[in-house]
Design a protein around this ligand. Sequence first.
Ligand SMILES: [Zn+2]
Length: 209
Amino acid sequence: MKKGMISSVILLIFMVGLSVADEWFTVKWVDDGDTIVLENNEKIRYIGINTPEIAHPDKSAEHYGPEAAKFNKKLVLSKKVRLEFENEKQDQYGRTLAYIFLEDGTMVNEKLVEQGYAHVLTGKSKGKYDSLLLKKQQAAMDAGKGMWKDWKETAGSYIGNSRSKRFHTQDCASGQQTGLKNRTAFSSLWNAFYEGFAPCKKCMPAERH
Ligand SMILES: [Zn+2]
């Protein structure tokens, strides 16, 4: 009787362990710096960050796009990964939004930002790693890593929206609609990036997602 109870307890512990155990997937394809496909054909878009675009039939690659894709491939292709999510589970293209972790505990999203291959891209709601990712980005910018190396830009003037964490050109309609309360002025792209703002897709199409 006692023995039976002990085995029941052991079985219960085992079952609870299984239900909370992480699920691991093998990465079978790397699209670019921030998009991958798992063995079950699920397409994953890394959440919280954005990497420059690789070349497309109608458009040439952005600065550091191919490098970001190559770095991501080296990190995750054919590797086992685990996923973490936010409330916003999918983007408008049906891709799963996730933080990707390697078996050694490395968060791939963080690694890309840390090495200057990605900038932060805040989601619709606040993400659990937002401040960590921004800290890593600022360190990468200060150290001139990756895309931040030899940064060149002409002086400009941009409208930041502290709610959406996006910044716009002066003539962008979305930018102009920003309420005074949420409005921040930036005198350079660098400053906007440094504060954790990402370029608007409409007025700065060079930064597509
Ligand atoms: Zn805009």
